[in-house]
Design a protein around this ligand. Structure first.
Ligand SMILES: [Zn+2]
Ligand SMILES: [Zn+2]
Length: 80
């Protein structure tokens, strides 16, 4: 998946290590943001969907649901 803002493609030099790329959900889309874009625009997290339960932004779309990786809250993606 390319960077949400600049379209850069993620390179994956380390297996299993933490990635500097940020993951989140904008609208109903899973997005990735490269480290450069995170540095250029520190307010980028304001665009992210937040968890209805805990307000966290570490959301992941799994099988049509948006699942919070912080608290486990599960909200269904609207398809209308
Ligand atoms: Zn970028
Ligand atoms: Zn949550």
């Amino acid at each position: 998946m390319p960077c949400f803002k600049c379209g850069a493609v993620q390179t994956d030099p380390r297996k299993g290590g933490p990635s500097p790329w940020a993951r989140g959900v904008v609208g109903d889309e899973q997005i990735l943001l490269c480290p450069e874009c995170q540095a250029v625009d520190p307010t980028w997290t304001e665009q992210l969907r937040v968890c209805e339960a805990c307000g966290g932004t570490r959301l992941q779309i799994i099988m049509g649901s948006i699942v919070c990786r912080a608290c486990g809250h599960d909200q269904t993606v609207r398809s209308d």
